[in-house]
Design a protein around this ligand. Structure first.
Ligand code: ADP
Ligand code: MG
Length: 734
């Protein structure tokens, strides 16, 4: 019987079947834009003037929506959705499982006593709230002790959209006792906090016209595509999203010609269809290209307001999986699906924008604007310095552990790259005199330091790709986020820490102003102190190098290489205080979320270990023994035919191979037994933190030993017998 591997390869060779999904991009993609979104434009058309302006206020200013308005919006949404072929509606939310969730309800309602008549109904209360079965979502113990139910609530700041025949309403997910159970609720709180703090700073020192500051996010999503038949042939890919075994193709040669090379036709068709779907849903995708690894690609939209951008990324991941399926691909978001091949990240480009149309991290045209830029720039660096561990924890996951600190990914040390020239500006600012400045000193500072920034940035072309946090001219790029992550978590942290930092800044500047310093002097004085203390996270060198690890240690920076280490920090009092002060999480929510992440980590490692053990025992060992038997038969045959002396020479290599196979089989057997008992030991740990540490330190290291022997066997065993689809087949199919 043919193995799964050969059946899969056979399926793949039906070229026509694989190539037939040709996709044509319409001449004007713009005409598709927001076709399936209940956008501002659509709302204007479907709502009365009153309703439209109050929903706009809710979206832009966060004002409350009155009940009769909600009813109007609901009816409008329903009419619009039905005109688009929708029959159901759902609150679309992002529980802590990491994927999206929805519970579909029909618009259809029989009329009570209507004698068999029915109508389509959707009211304000249905729009505002829904009650999904909350018991199946992670809650970190929150719901067990109190109320077992949870509910979803409409987030009017992110537009509703249609997927298939369902009207999807972006929502938050909370327990009946008010604890947040999703990614969006805390994000909204953090966005609000940074809006308030940044608006205060703008209005007090720079621009009275600013009434709102909105964080912006432009993510870049990396991913792998694997033929779906080949994917199905690898139980490890199917169950864990990554290969647990497999000899990597010779490094370099085959890999180099992929980057920016031509995109295979089938992939191109996938990308075209994806773009069309994104356009309809209002996701403004603009770039598509190959990535460094074979079968690896990237997609990036225009940046958007952070909340919408986060929703769009979650939505995109759903759509990608669906579209890939249509083109007989499976999409892999895992950070490291293939050993020895580049991993995938999700770079988060972040900035702050005012309602007056300014980017606060973009240097301006005059010294005043530049001082505003420097204020937000330095405060961001200070925030990252102060809360580096929290930022690190926000991107921690079992799968991202494979990437961070590996040779082609940012290190687990949080440092910031700002470019040598901006670094120079900060060094100048560091020299600013304490207290009052003379008129000459002020002029000099404005003309020669602050005034120089725009031209400096123009030639700041060398953007450091090896830094986890890089300033790239008008935004910071957080490069260590994992490709499978929900952007919300890192965005919650980023905006929370900057909010907190800006609050502190405002207080400190005001104190100096009260003491008689001019506004500018006060700002310079405070920034100078910030630069002094934050300087040790600024690093312009190669973040991938070993020297940096040594240097970072000298500077006292943490290098939290594993998820359990990173998560342990999350409960530090300083971080709890931050969240409580800003009203983002309660202490209980912090603990619950930490618990959920630790549990998830242990679960992921358990599943990987179990799958690895199964494959090793049921596929690899039998295959190796099978091949060994062939060798043994060969040796026996030779012995029958040849004289002793000749036999010894002719059978020598085969006999060596027989021994070698036995030794690998024995290693695999022993290590698998060890693995299974290590899992049991880990599981008996007294708490989630200790358990995760045990999985990290006692279970995970055994994977490598099993893999090494299995990969060695893959190189020895007859290709015809090898049961697992090989890397060269998974990675180089077109
Ligand atoms: P690259 O870094 O690839 O040369 P860009 O500088 O144009 O290209 O932008 C990279 C990413 O940064 C894009 O995804 C874009 O949407 C995002 N981006 C650009 N400006 C901002 C901003 N002000 N806020 C957030 N993201 C931004
Ligand atoms: Mg990038």
């Amino acid at each position: 019987m043919a193995s799964l591997r050969f059946k899969a390869l056979e399926t793949l060779s039906f070229k026509n079947f694989r190539q037939d999904n040709a996709v044509e991009i319409p001449a004007k993609l713009s005409e598709l834009f927001c076709q399936n979104v209940f956008s501002e434009e659509t709302m204007r058309e479907y709502l009365t003037k009153d309703a439209f302006s109050s929903i706009l206020d809710a979206m832009k200013k966060g004002s409350k929506i009155q009940r009769h308005i909600a009813d109007q919006v609901a009816v409008a949404m329903k009419d619009w959705a039905i005109s688009k072929g929708a029959t159901h509606y759902t609150h679309w939310f992002q529980p802590l499982t990491g994927s999206t969730a929805e519970k579909h309800d029909s618009f259809f309602t029989p009329i009570e006593g209507g004698g068999g008549r029915a109508l389509e109904r959707f009211s304000g209360s249905m729009l505002i709230q829904q009650e999904p079965d909350a018991s199946s979502f992670p809650n970190g113990g929150i719901r067990n002790t109190f109320e077992a139910r949870g509910y979803t609530a409409w987030d009017p700041t992110s537009p509703a959209f249609i997927m298939g025949t369902t009207l999807c309403i972006p929502s938050i997910f909370i327990s009946y006792t008010g604890e947040t159970l999703d990614y969006k609720a805390p994000l909204l709180r953090a966005l609000h906090a940074v809006d308030q703090a940044a608006t205060e700073v703008c209005r007090s020192y720079f621009d009275k016209n600013v009434n709102k500051v909105v964080p912006t996010l432009g993510w870049e999503q990396e991913y792998f595509l694997v033929d779906s038949a080949l994917y199905q042939s690898r139980p490890d890919l199917v169950i864990t999203g990554k290969t647990l075994l497999g000899h990597s193709p010779a490094k370099g040669q085959q890999l180099d010609d992929h980057y920016f090379g031509s995109i295979p036709t089938r992939v191109m068709n996938f990308m075209k269809e994806l773009e069309i779907e994104c356009m309809k849903l209002g996701i403004p995708v603009t770039t598509r290209h190959n990535e460094v690894a074979p079968n690896q690609f990237e997609l990036a939209p225009m940046f958007e307001e952070a909340n919408v951008a986060v929703d769009h990324n979650s939505l995109l991941m759903d759509i990608m999986a669906r579209v890939a399926h249509k083109h007989h691909f499976h999409i892999l978001f895992h950070e490291k699906p293939f050993a020895g091949v580049n991993g995938s990240g999700k770079h988060n480009n972040w900035s702050l924008a005012t309602d007056t149309g300014e980017n606060l991290l973009s240097p301006g045209k005059n010294p005043k604007k530049n001082l505003q830029f420097l204020t937000f720039f330095v405060n961001t660096l200070k925030a990252v310095h102060e809360y580096a561990d929290l930022l690190r924890a926000s991107i921690a996951s079992a799968s991202n552990d494979h990437r961070l600190g590996a040779n082609e990914a940012p290190p687990a040390i949080i440092s910031a790259f700002i470019g040598t020239q901006l670094f120079g500006v900060l060094e100048e600012l560091e020299k600013v005199k304490d207290g009052k400045l003379s008129p000459e000193e002020k002029t000099d500072l404005k003309l020669n330091v602050v005034g120089k920034i725009p031209e400096i940035l123009l030639d700041n072309t060398d953007r450091n790709r090896t830094s986890p946090f890089a300033f790239t001219g008008n935004k910071f790029e957080i490069r260590a986020v994992g490709s499978s992550a929900n952007c919300a978590e890192v965005m919650t942290v980023m905006n929370a820490i900057v909010a907190k930092q800006l609050q502190t800044f405002k207080k400190e500047v005001d104190i100096l102003i009260e003491k008689g310093l001019k506004k500018d002097e006060a700002i310079f004085n405070v920034l100078r102190e910030y630069i002094k203390v934050s300087k040790n996270i600024m690093f312009e060198g190669d973040g991938y190098s070993d020297e940096w690890e040594v240097e970072a240690k000298k500077r006292g920076l943490n290098n939290l290489k594993t998820t359990p280490e990173a998560l342990k920090k999350e409960l530090d009092q300083k971080f709890v205080d931050l969240y409580e002060d800003l009203g983002i999480y309660t202490h209980r929510e912090i603990e619950a979320r930490n618990e959920i992440k630790l549990e998830k980590y242990s679960t992921v490692i358990t599943i990987e270990a179990t799958v690895l053990a199964d494959i090793a025992r049921n596929h690899i060992i039998p295959c190796a023994l099978n091949y060994q038997n062939r060798l043994i038969e060969n040796v026996r045959g030779l012995k029958e035919i040849f004289e002793e002396k000749e036999f010894r020479t002719l059978a020598k290599e085969q006999m060596n191979m027989i021994t070698e196979i036995s030794s690998h089989v024995s290693i695999i057997k022993v290590e698998v037994d060890g693995l299974l008992s290590a899992i049991q030991t880990a599981k008996s740990a007294k708490d989630s933190q200790t358990m995760a540490e045990s999985f990290c330190n006692d279970v995970k290291p055994l994977f490598d030993k099993i893999r090494d022997s299995s990969d060695a066997l893959e190189m020895m065993v007859d290709d015809e017998l090898w049961p697992m689809t090989k890397y060269r087949e998974l990675l180089f199919t077109r």
